[in-house]
Design a protein around this ligand. Sequence first.
Ligand code: ZN
Length: 154
Amino acid sequence: MKSKKVCRVILRTPRMRRVRNNLRVILKLAVKSELNRLRHLESLYLHKKRRNGLTPSQQKRYSQVKRKRSRLYFRYIESTLQCGGSSACYSFQEAKKHGFNPQDRPTDLDLVWVPWLENWFCIKCFVLNRLGEMTHEDFGDPVKREWVREEFGI
Ligand SMILES: [Zn+2]
């Protein structure tokens, strides 16, 4: 997402929430399946590389697979398929208390785009972590701090 403004995507009708959740589950399964396939391919190339070395074309293909997996992984992490709060997500922690599989992440959440963090967060993480009240001083990295100050004026 490229928006420079905070953007809330809140669905109020149960039917639309169900549709969104089902789509997220399907997309998540597809992404995880592709990530597993790429991870397996990468491990085969790595094994061959350690045993016999790789030909130049195999080395090129190995680099392509690593790049593709890395790009897909980061796109997935920054997607609307789950909260950017990862395992620290308040909704995830609460769902775990009610028996939710700790290996998974909730997919039924309304999300908020936080442009200075370049990620989507659930409403609970957005509110409880006060992400909407952040300023450039909240960023440790001086380059990021300057970028946030200039880009968003916060
Ligand atoms: Zn969250």
